[in-house]
Design a protein around this ligand. Sequence first.
Ligand code: MN
Length: 459
Amino acid sequence: MKPTIGLEIHVELDTKTKMFCDSLNNSLEKEPNTNICPICTAQPGSMPVINEKAIDFVIKAGLALGCKINKKTWFERKSYFYPDLPKGYQISQYEAPLCGGGELKNIRINRIHLEEDTGRLIHNKESFVDFNRAGIPLMELVTEPDICSSIEAKNFAQELQLIFRYLKISNADMEKGQMRVEANISLDMGTKVEIKNLNSFKAVERAIEYEIKRQKEILDSNKKVIHETRGWDDKKQETFSQRIKETSEDYRYFPEPDLPILNISDKKIQELRFELPELPENRRKRFEKEYKIKDVEFFINNPVFGDFFENTISELKAWLEAGKINTDIDPLIRLCANYISTEFPKLKGEITPENFAELIYLTFIGDISSSGAQQVLKEMFKTKKDPSQIIKQKNLKQMSDKGDLDKIIDKIIENNKEAVDNFKKGKQGSLQFLIGQVMKETKGAANPKIAGEMIEKRL
Ligand code: MN
């Protein structure tokens, strides 16, 4: 049986103020009912005013996803009763969403529209309602039912989150409710079931898998799938029936009389298109082509590190040029990428690309060993000092100078006759032992490669 899946994704937009009033937009506010005013609590006589920033954000999302922007667009009232909705209707869009069409990862987008979020209900013995979230601008994106598997759905939602973060229109954190996914699922184009309360990417994947299995079992036993809305129980890892689905007629959509029709100008669209950053997929392709590194996805998912990496590379090129060093830069690029993706996430503090590039340069020219570099890096994060300063202070400069090493090697050969004899008899391990003695004598300052070469030559 072939699954057909469509997604509906709600995203809280990261504007300073709410959608139709100047109450603060902070969905993470803990103290209930602090960011509220007569408009977002629906006091009689209050009038909504459109937050233009939210309109801009939705247009940006639309442009990033290849949508067509509707130049004439308006808001509508979606009527339904629920205690978290003080007006008895939600201001949303129905006939003329801001954006239509578009595509991501071969999945067509039906529409993107703008609406307002609802309040939050809190139940413990008594029931409470917190309106901090009421009226926060909420973008709703609806896909065509082009998705065939749970993995595909998850990948789509993850890429979407990344795009919203690159656009800086929302942090789209699912665990914080800033991005909420609902999935419509049917088998063999049969009855659709909608699943709500998907609060993580894992939940999206698991719930869809569960639902495909559930519906298959129903159809296999010749029963009928009911058209309904189901919730996802994360503890039990199963979906459960919530309510029989409303049709759009039940919502009695009609144009919001308190708000004007919007006319989006070509100039406005041009301006917003100009503001679009490099998007994740373009960046992914560019990184693969330009840097040939393994951990591209790390840098795409962590754009701050991606920027840092690129700044380091240009600084590093300057260092090599200043040092008149003509070398294949690819191994150095890989070294940078490796440090950033494995070490940086563990370290607290700050470091500049200039200083980091210098550290890589000093490692490359042999002024510091790779274990020394690890130590210096930690110190750089802690103190913000540049690497040459730290190397000097901590006496970490590697001895690559043959004159300095000569005397020490003399002494080691003198004092370790047995190992020297064994080496002469062909025992390679003895060389490692002798190098180890040099490292010990220099407290790790010797360049082991050079020391090894010198011992071999001498014997
Ligand atoms: Mn909605």
